[in-house]
Write a protein that binds this ligand. Sequence first.
Ligand SMILES: *Cc1c(COP(=O)(O)O)cnc(C)c1O
Length: 405
Amino acid sequence: MNRDELLFSYLESETKRQNGGIELIASENFASKNVRALCGSILTNKYAEGFPGKRYYGGCVHIDEIENRAIELVTKLFGAKYACVQPHSGTQANMIAYYALLNTGDKILSLSLDEGGHLSHGSKVSFSSRYYNVDFYHLNKNGRIDYEALREKALEYRPNLILAGFSAYPFEIDYQKIKDVAKEVGAYFMVDMAHIAGLIAAGELDNPLKYADIVTSTTHKTLRGPRGGIVLTNNEEIIKKVNKACFPALQGGPLENIIGAKAECFYEALQPEYKEYIKQVKINTKACSDELTRLGDINSGTENHLFLLNTKKSFGVTGKDAQEKLEEIGITLNKNMLPNDDEKPSVTSGVRIGFAAVTTRGAIKEDAIEIARIIDGYLKNNIKKEDAISRVKTLTKSWKQIDEI
Ligand SMILES: *Cc1c(COP(=O)(O)O)cnc(C)c1O
């Protein structure tokens, strides 16, 4: 059969864009050949509603092997007793977790989107605020969680569930403190480790499974797998509710091609090279943040794979303008609200910068320092556009091309 050449020309262009640019979006990464092979495999042909050993369709014998392998590997990776590997995305994983543990109208206490939370944590425009009541705890003036104020808020609000784990939080999280509060008010403690799952898998950040009743994640961010979600727990009653919430309550047939790819990504994350990769991600992130600080640019600093750069204070431009200006020279990142930001979410006063993606391509500490100098120089108008573009090209040519990963 003919294929749609137009469509494949777009794919070609996107491949060029990914190879030719410096990808600093903190939630992105480059999946390996084997992960991508499973995503594009014949496993997409199979209907497998239900769970291994309990399917609604015949012919699931190998699908069961694959899904069981994914469960075996992910529970090993995170030291969890139980896992559901079917959620189609991080948002679906959160929806499943809420549905499993809460009734509509129950109360969630989380960090708002403006301060580093996620849409699915109770934002006005998300399902989560329509079906649940949500109130927020806040950051202190150093941009860290104010645990004392969180406790006071919880004592007053009496939530059914307290949620930690964020999209734009550059620091470690003190899970024990939040667990103690959850216990004190009789709430479930949920951690959404979507961003930091890779660092946790590599033992470079504390493991929330030691504290939380339920843990959700994406698989495509630092974990470097296919686009998808997971739910983990050590509680047998909770996993039963999670599986029922996943299917038949909220999803239909699982994406077994993606579940195969998840299994491969969990396997890869168990290898020693992956630990080295995550260590390098942390080194690169810190090197870039430190270099920007040395150059006089105001940023959050970092204890993980990302940091926030205040572009308004550093360069006199909004996050939106900084994002657009850097895109002209092949650097991709996203505008991001800063703690107590006075700009609108569509404008913002800063950007979020992460090193998971470029480190997969082979970026080293010196490259991260060079990236800081390009960003600083270009946003201060000290480097001409042609020179900035050529410095970006020098870096991207020295790295692995994305189909070799
Ligand atoms: C990215 C992210 C999600 C959602 O993931 P999707 O796959 O885009 O739905 C959920 N929670 C947090 C904290 C995230 O950073």
